[in-house]
Design a protein around this ligand. Structure first.
Ligand SMILES: Cc1cc2nc3c(=O)[nH]c(=O)nc-3n(C[C@H](O)[C@H](O)[C@H](O)COP(=O)(O)OP(=O)(O)OC[C@H]3O[C@@H](n4cnc5c(N)ncnc54)[C@H](O)[C@@H]3O)c2cc1C
Length: 268
């Protein structure tokens, strides 16, 4: 940690320039993933020392904005801001619900959507929500549809010098969210789902190497076949046994949670 150079740009364009020109540079938003990795030395900045690029204070990456029928959330807006946003509460309640389950208050005060996306953990709690809303990830140079964003275990479509600036959500979609963990707070998901009926979206975390869309289940839902969707989802997922639960448990819970969310939609 002592060898790491700390860079604090004042504007997004300065940040973009520094990221492109500083070897071994790593963006830092809330630091709730990055600092853990640096301290545990599971991440070693290269070349020796490397640099962190602090995005936390960049005004361009903060806030929640209405752009016509789109709601845009800044990449470095912390979960507390997302939860407290009246626009998010009104138009994206599933995003607010997911943000409320992340860590506890300290983590919600620092953790960001951009960090959750770039970290690309299969257990990232906002990621199924982003898939269910078909969000667009906006970067300093392009827009990436979310279904092309996760390319492998903790891998993304981002170039090595590309910064996420915002996430764009369509307004008007009803999405339901449910996280299953060991406890109500400070728990990594065993299974996490976000579901929409129109269009049919079944997005799931912690059941494969990436957060995924359950395409077989979605096809059944498009045809109004709820029982078929619940049966099919077991074939859409690729859960593993690990310290948090077994593959069999994850498969059963995924089906049960999907049934519960679809029942809730049916009850209105
Ligand atoms: C105690 C604890 C509890 C937690 N609980 C949960 C939980 O319940 N659910 C959950 O999903 N996560 C949880 N996390 C993980 C973490 O809080 C989230 O993933 C959070 O969203 C990360 O955001 P951040 O801003 O802190 O990211 P950072 O740590 O700053 O960055 C994470 C990664 O993203 C990159 N990055 C950050 N911003 C950008 C950007 N704009 N453009 C490009 N790359 C970027 C960084 O270089 C780094 O690789 C927990 C972490 C801790 C320490």
């Amino acid at each position: 940690m002592r060898d790491v150079t700390y860079l604090r740009p004042r504007t997004l364009s300065e940040a973009v320039q520094l990221y492109r020109t500083t070897p071994g540079c790593r963006p830092l938003a809330g630091g709730t993933d990055l600092m853990v990795m640096l301290h545990a030395r599971t991440l070693r900045p290269e070349p020796r020392g490397g640099a962190v690029l602090d995005l936390w204070s960049l005004a361009e990456l903060k806030g929640v904005r209405r752009l016509g029928d789109i709601l845009e959330v800044g990449a470095a807006e912390p979960y507390t801001g997302i939860i407290g946003s009246a626009e998010v509460q009104q138009h994206l309640p599933a995003l607010a619900a997911a943000a409320r389950t992340i860590g506890a208050a300290q983590i919600q005060n620092r953790g960001t959507l951009g960090g959750n996306l770039a970290n690309a953990s299969p257990a990232g709690d906002t990621l199924p929500v982003l898939l269910a809303y078909d969000v667009v990830v906006v970067t300093d140079r392009r827009s990436i549809p979310i279904d092309r964003f996760f390319t492998g275990y903790r891998k993304t479509a981002l170039e090595s010098d590309e910064l996420i600036t915002a996430v764009r959500f369509p307004i008007g979609r009803q999405v339901a969210f449910r996280k299953v963990g060991t406890r109500a707070a400070q728990a990594i998901s065993k299974v996490v789902l976000a579901v929409s009926l129109t269009p049919a979206r079944v997005a799931i975390g912690s059941v494969a190497e990436v957060p995924l869309r359950a395409h077989r289940a979605e096809a059944a839902l498009e045809g109004g076949d709820v029982a078929g969707a619940i049966a099919a989802v077991a074939d859409d997922i690729r859960p593993i046994d690990d310290v948090r639960s077994t593959a069999a448990y994850r498969r059963a819970v995924t089906q049960n949670v999907l049934r519960g969310l679809l029942d809730a939609f049916a009850r209105g």
